[in-house]
Write a protein of this length. Sequence first.
Length: 378
Amino acid sequence: MRRLTTLRGRIAVCYGAAVLATPLCAFAQTADSGFNKWWSLLTSGGAAGPSTDGFRLDYRVEYLSVPTDTELSKLRREVAGHPEHPQYSRLQQYEKRLAGKEVTEKSVWRLNGLWRISQSWPESPLPYWDFVWGSSSAWQLTPARLTLFSEDASSEAGDTHARNSGSMNYEVGLLLTGGVMGAVANSMDLRPVLDRPDHWTVAATLVRDQDSIRYSAEGDWDAAAARGTVTASSFEVLDRAGRVTAASTCSAPGWETVSGLDLAVARRAIVSGMDGRPDRAIVFVAAAPFTAREFEELTTPPSAGGNDPVRGAASFTSVLDLRGPEQREASVLNNTLQWNTTTSDAPRRILQWSGWALLAFLALTFVLIRARRAARAS
């Protein structure tokens, strides 16, 4: 369990500009015992959010952040007929987003603190990239390579997996809590109020050394079904002078019940930035139960020439093994591994790149928003 404990220590969940802290018990204290029970479930799990153990969740992440119409028109005029223009690839990305084609498809399995994330980009040169933290091994899988980590994973390996775990928990948390999980993870004292028989609200402020976080949320309550939803939530970070320096909102107007899950699931959770423009949407696709035996198979690395329960017949042509004192790499020839010991820094660079690429991927919209604000200020 040393490896698992070490990993958990690295995991951070970010919502807006919030920083992970040990969550308080955010118990509701209303006269409705059913509501109190639901709120307790909604705010359970700390940084990982409410449990989905035993259920596969399928969802997609749609990236929506684009400049204003005026900014886009200007960029199109500047780039037109100039594929060598430094902003040409950026414009292509924006056009792809406008067409609804910048999407990551994800499937998540979680059980007793272990997990697998399968990420797919059907039209990309890298069609999939899976990350696994199993009972006896941690590994990554792409079409071309299988990477294996030791139980005491290197800092780079652990950080890479922690970033993926944090991303997974954040996205699943949006689907299950509509953003409430972010306030729980930041130790905010949440005391919801049933202002109407079918509606609730909550507001809280967390004062820190250099700034403060202001949070609010609201949602619907169905007393007959003893089930609630979170329709909107908002984070603001304020400096000492009370000026808002960062903000994020989540809206989730539609929810559905999944048999076997204690909480409803948002059909579409839309996250917007400080300017109120959509950043991304987490879109629920499906959920299905799995057994402990199936999970063991899902988290066991495939062998050369073998089969993976998610990706099918193994296609990787190389294996990077970081489990021993020496980094080893093997080529796959006729379903057999041909090993060569290496002391190259390439594996370390691969892990660093994968971790930072994911971090940049998650932060892209924030950067674009800040850039637009700076441009307007100038």
